[in-house]
Design a protein around this ligand. Sequence first.
Ligand code: 5GP
Ligand code: MN
Length: 344
Amino acid sequence: MNNIKNRIDIDLIAKAEALLYESEKIAIIPHSGPDGDAIGSSLALYQYLKKKGKMPKIVSPSAYPVFLNWLPKNSEVMIYTNGKKAAEEYLKSSDLVFIVDHNSFKRSGDLEKILQDLPAKKIMIDHHPEPEQIVDVMFSDTSMCATCELMYEFIEALGDENLIDTHIAECLYTGIVTDTGGLSYNSSNPRTYQIVGDLLARGIDKSKIHSNVYDNFSTDRMKLLGHCLDRGLEVLPEYQTAIITLTKEDLLKFNYKDGDTEGFVNYPLSIQGMLVSVIFIEKEDMVKISFRSKGNVPINAVAAEYFNGGGHMNAAGGRTTDQLKDAIAKFKEVLPAFYKSLNQ
Ligand code: 5GP
Ligand code: MN
């Protein structure tokens, strides 16, 4: 069998190793509104650093969905919005900060300003395009299907593969499956399967993880999904695009909890012929938008150009302070030209 080698830059690893050597208090920051990959990679790094004798802490800019609460060491995560003072004190006293699964302080939510001004050395571990030069050592690789895949490579490149125990493997596996649509997207690669094989060999219970992540929804969430796919869905076959709209009233009616709408945007892509799916969610102070596409359709360009966001080619996000109906109107206005550009 062909063994595909670790893809990490050895010079960068040497720099990271030196920073790790001289640091004791280490903060780990996932992106705001963290998903399975952000929390999985943060918790894996946390447990790894503990084993290395460090004093790490995860400071999440905001809360995350309950379907991630079962992850090993979940109770150790500090949520910044639940206790700002303690989190700020920890950050200010840390020697080293890991920026995980994001590549711009804009994605660090309420921690943006604090991180910007923090004198501590910083290391980025991320797989999103267009990283900003905000750290001392940057591991940024868009060929990784998930930050958890990169985290595995990082630990292995440091020569510590033997420290990946079942709990760390569970966290890494969760991030890889949630960021790849259960390994269905083309973002996964032969090396991903090698890594997944190695994680399985470390004793994880794949079936339990899938059940924890995917069979853990509330009845309200299921009914909200039903509502989205019925009354909230608009299909524009002429542009191979589907739009889901969720109003503040919808969220209230179905007792919305953080993370309930995670994954909704993917459903319309299973309608025959669809290339693009977008969900507009009306929040208290803004409209949150998620974009998904198939194949070579760079929907992140629309997110970046018109909706203050960005992301991967096939999965991007953005936000606007426009009214919900105006945001949708804007999308519909730019859609024809975007669609036309795909065929050129
Ligand atoms: P989601 O729709 O699940 O919020 O995000 C989809 C993808 O787009 C994720 O990989 C996420 O990191 C990225 N993303 C979401 N919002 C933003 C944003 O405001 N800016 C950038 N650059 N990326 C985003
Ligand atoms: Mn990710």
